[in-house]
Design a protein around this ligand. Structure first.
Ligand code: TXA
Ligand code: MG
Length: 333
């Protein structure tokens, strides 16, 4: 039958039977969590406004923060958008399926609750086979933000979803750890100009091969995508960003440490995490949110996190670390 992995838990393996069950939950207006290659999503039928409202409720997310709509095939984009500009087509062809979200003018029929009343809709075609299968079986796009509580660390494993959202979600489909581990890059194109609304899984350098100029939006001044708040992705423990963790720092018994690569310092594995032994940015991105989840649990006074190089996926990692540390400065969310 539909056996959860463990008793009293709403975590299910992605068997055909469980995916069919998830689809019937979606069809009846429920909310499920599912794996994507970036982070776990919290999905509902994008054309069911009541179900989409449940996403906001479960996440405690303000209604002014629009959602990304996930599709499984290029045909499905026609359900959301009337006109796909040539430049967007090029990006979709090269980067879909994958960690890129594109902003389009929306069709009337896309519910306002999905787009927070904006006349645009964010669309992404994930590459994760479980996400794709779910969308295909539903036969319709799935609206899904990351499956964390608003402002908290994004989930890259089913257990992270369970820890944050508990039984408030009908089913959590466990597809194992997310391969990319950091959210999609969000790009908006207006005529000749392209804007990077959020750095993510597709590095800016690759997008630059397809677009003449990309304007990197300063997210502290962003009005259009209110979800891009300057504080986000935050553990409960305050996060402090430093260039390098020093030998003085590691003397603090109540600190936790997030190293980019293997340091030349003696470290205590119980309160330190190395994102990538060799300093590989891809591996660092994959491990980032898991590391924050883990370090947040040890009850440290502060998590000292090291800068990573700002190129490639490093741009997205630094964005998430900065936002995590901003919350600590503001004491907000
Ligand atoms: O990798 C991802 O993108 C993951 C997986 C689940 O697909 N999703 C994700 O969703 O990160 P979420 O809701 O956590 O972040 C989506 C961001 C929000 O900050 C929101 O403001 C922005 O996308 N967004 C959504 N619709 C938009 C629109 N029409 N214009 C500008 N920004 C938009
Ligand atoms: Mg999110």
């Amino acid at each position: 039958m539909h056996q959860p992995v463990k008793k009293n838990m709403n975590i299910f393996l992605p068997t055909d039977e469980n995916l069919l069950r998830a689809v019937s939950v979606l069809k009846s207006g429920g909310v499920i969590s599912f794996p994507t290659e970036t982070v776990y999503g919290l999905g509902a039928d994008a054309f069911n406004p009541k179900a989409v409202a449940c996403i906001f409720e479960v996440k405690k997310r303000p209604f002014f923060d629009p959602l990304i709509v996930h599709i499984a095939s290029l045909e499905q984009i026609n359900m959301l958008v009337s006109d796909v500009p040539a430049s967007m087509n090029r990006l979709a062809e090269r980067f879909w399926p994958g960690p890129l979200t594109l902003i389009f003018k929306k069709k009337e029929s896309v519910p306002d609750i999905v787009t927070a009343g904006l006349d645009t809709v964010a669309v992404r075609m994930p590459s994760h086979p479980v996400a794709r299968r779910l969308i295909e079986l539903l036969g319709s796009p799935i609206a899904a933000p990351s499956a964390n509580r608003f402002g908290s660390i994004s989930p890259t494993e089913a257990i992270h979803v369970r820890e944050q959202l508990g039984n408030s979600v009908d089913m959590i489909i466990d597809g194992g750890p997310c391969e990319i581990g950091i959210e999609s890059t969000i790009i908006k194109i207006n005529g000749d100009s392209a804007e990077l609304l959020r750095p993510g899984g597709v590095p800016l350098e690759l997008l630059s091969e397809e677009l003449a100029a990309i304007h990197v939006i300063d997210q502290t001044s962003m009005v259009e995508a209110p979800g891009q708040l300057p504080y986000h992705y935050s553990p409960v423990t305050p996060v402090k960003l430093v260039n390098r963790i020093s030998s003085d720092d590691i003397e603090h018994a109540n600190y936790a440490f997030l190293f980019f690569k293997k340091p030349e310092l003696p470290i205590d594995d119980r309160r330190a995490f190395i994102l990538s032994q060799s300093g590989d940015l891809r591996e660092a991105a994959t491990n980032l949110f898991s590391a924050l989840h883990r370090l947040d649990k040890i009850g440290a006074d502060v998590i000292l996190a090291e800068h990573v190089p700002g190129h490639g996926l490093g741009r997205a990692i630094m964005d998430r670390l900065l936002k995590a540390s901003n919350k600590s400065k503001r004491g907000a969310v």
